[in-house]
Design a protein around this ligand. Sequence first.
Ligand SMILES: Nc1ncnc2c1ncn2[C@@H]1O[C@H](COP(=O)(O)OP(=O)(O)OP(=O)(O)O)[C@@H](O)[C@H]1O
Ligand SMILES: [Mg+2]
Length: 245
Amino acid sequence: MPGVTPAVRAADLSHTYADGRTALSGVTFSVEPGECVGLVGPNGAGKTTLFLRLCGVLPGEPGQASVHGLDPADASQRRKLPETVGVVFQNPDDQLFSPTVREDVAFGPLNLGATSAEACVRAAEALTAVGLADAAERVPFQLSGGEKRRAALAGVLAMRPAVLLLDEPSMFLDPRGRRELIGVVRNLPGTKLIATHDLELVLDTCSRVLVLDGGSLHADGPATALLADAALMDRHGLEVPYRLR
Ligand SMILES: Nc1ncnc2c1ncn2[C@@H]1O[C@H](COP(=O)(O)OP(=O)(O)OP(=O)(O)O)[C@@H](O)[C@H]1O
Ligand SMILES: [Mg+2]
């Protein structure tokens, strides 16, 4: 779609950690508004690093990334990112810190300037969407692993981000929770990038897939075609989902 600002863009994006380890090199892709894209690849491929660069948690070179037209490497643009990009991190313990689940989920909208009544409504809606309405008054760190993931997702949904980055969203979820997550993701408006080893989930939610391995992008194309490519999957430590065998 020429003329449309991409929702997410990486342009020759590279990342080297302080210890000298290169986690990403020359990654280039562009995601249009409204697309749902799966980011797949073996452990250590660079998926989480890419997300941390896109949301500005990790510093980087200006001009290598943009989210909703904002460059996370530019301090003044990075400050505007929380209004547009929501990230559910791989480890939910990084994301839950309030005395109750309700306050945790309401924190994001409050921080973005919502009134407490509005934040409360948004928190209730988000908790219902992830099947956690009954846990609103519980202490977040006492939740089970799967409940923590749902709470972290609710916290991000309550902010209604235009771009959502989900890092291993189905990890720790039981089969029913996973089905519910797929339903939630499918119904969410906006642009979604999902890093996961759960290729069946990718098949159910994403029209397009990026294959990352060793910090480089190896494939970018339609989800069904790439995930059915046994040689491609094998080269990158992945497996063709059962449904496509
Ligand atoms: N803080 C850090 N310092 C140094 N190296 C790091 C750091 N964080 C990650 N790495 C390295 O960067 C590379 C990419 O890691 P990353 O966490 O992005 O991979 P990933 O694709 O998310 O893997 P997984 O599927 O296991 O979640 C790995 O080699 C990892 O060891
Ligand atoms: Mg990761």
